[in-house]
Design a protein around this ligand. Structure first.
Ligand code: TRP
Length: 338
């Protein structure tokens, strides 16, 4: 583990794919924690659009998805005065470093990644970007010599690989990169409304945090509850019901107790229970909806924040990439001076 110098705060980097406005899973699994980390760490929060292109998707929609995610970041309280918020492709050193890391990354390690195995199974002809995805992720993190990376459990393997790339590069070209520590949250997997798979835009099982109350209700009413509770008179099992687990995140403690008791006792039906949940969710995010609306009315602010973030990130990125290029012999002008 890397020792941070006492003179500087530990540096944290994390990224999120631009799939549009953040949803409850993004919020509970990542954003909420990121906001809490802002005072303790020196933070970089990145919208990873270069990663997003490996998943296909319509290029015409990507710019809006990036801006929607930026609005979500700002609405939940990520603060450009405390940390750096930026878009990955605005700092081309990310892709440059990823290319340079290709020199020390074993293909076998990339082929072992479970996320790669899952995703590549869906293709007839697998794009190399899918295989290379974790190399770019390692570049994101190491470019800033981040000490720690808050990620979900599903990213643990990519972080291990990042550490390995750091070790391998250091061994060949001389010590430069710290081995970043993964900070894995304790909230576990946030399930989607299907109660079955991780909440994810591509599965259509999400609730957007900035959705208007009627939209939240339209989404929440589709949620799957305890499958054994067929009739309203059947007692339910909160422990296996995803609507209940969402209550625990968004409803007041007294409400959580009530809905559990009324579910077990079959004194309240699932539809009513979901209605209470939808209200709790809408209330939780009301201030953030307000902040988002305010921002959207001033697009120039969003633009300024992202451009300023990229400029600040780039200063740090240039420092690293300059040393990397030198160590790897890519400074041909030194032929006359070395
Ligand atoms: N792969 C991450 C995810 O899908 C996103 C990501 C890209 C990331 N680069 C990163 C996360 C660097 C942490 C650090 O969630």
């Amino acid at each position: 583990m890397s020792e941070s110098k006492p003179t500087r705060k530990r540096r944290v980097f994390s990224g999120m794919q631009p799939t549009g406005e953040a949803h409850l899973g993004n919020y509970l699994g990542a954003l909420r924690r990121w906001v809490q980390m802002q005072d303790e760490f020196e933070c970089l929060w990145c919208i990873v659009d270069d990663h997003a292109i490996t998943g296909g998707g319509d290029p015409k929609e990507l710019p809006k998805k990036i801006v929607d995610l930026a609005v979500s970041f700002l609405a939940v309280g990520l603060d450009p005065a405390k940390g750096i918020l930026f878009v990955q492709s605005d700092v081309p050193e990310h892709t440059e470093l990823a290319w340079l890391f290709n020199a020390v990354t074993p293909v076998g390690e990339l082929e072992r990644m479970t996320q790669y195995k899952d995703k590549s199974a869906k293709y007839e002809s697998v794009p190399v970007g899918l295989l290379n995805y974790p190399v770019l992720q390692a570049a994101d993190i190491l470019l800033y010599k981040a000490d720690a990376v808050p990620v979900g459990e599903d990213q643990r393997q990519h972080l291990e690989l990042t550490r390995e790339i750091a070790r391998k590069w250091n061994a060949v070209y001389g010590d430069l990169f710290p081995e970043p520590e993964a900070i894995i949250g304790n909230e576990g997997r946030i399930l989607g409304l299907d109660g079955d798979a991780k909440m994810s835009k591509s599965l259509g099982n999400t609730v957007d945090i900035l959705a208007e109350p009627d939209e939240v209700w339209a989404r929440v009413r589709t949620a799957v509850t305890d499958p054994q509770r067929v009739r309203r008179s059947d007692p339910g099992r909160p422990a296996v019901c995803n609507v209940y687990s969402l209550h625990r995140h968004f409803s007041a403690p007294g409400v959580v107790e009530d809905v559990a008791a009324q579910c077990r006792g079959a004194t309240r039906g699932c539809v009513d229970c979901k209605r209470i949940l939808a209200d709790s969710i809408s209330a939780t995010f009301a201030p953030m909806r307000e902040r988002a609306a305010e921002l959207r009315a001033h697009p120039e602010r969003i633009r300024h924040i992202l451009e300023d973030g990229a400029a600040r990130a780039r200063v740090l990125a240039r420092e690293t990439i300059t040393v990397v290029r030198e160590r790897m012999g890519l400074d041909w002008r030194s032929a006359w001076t070395r």
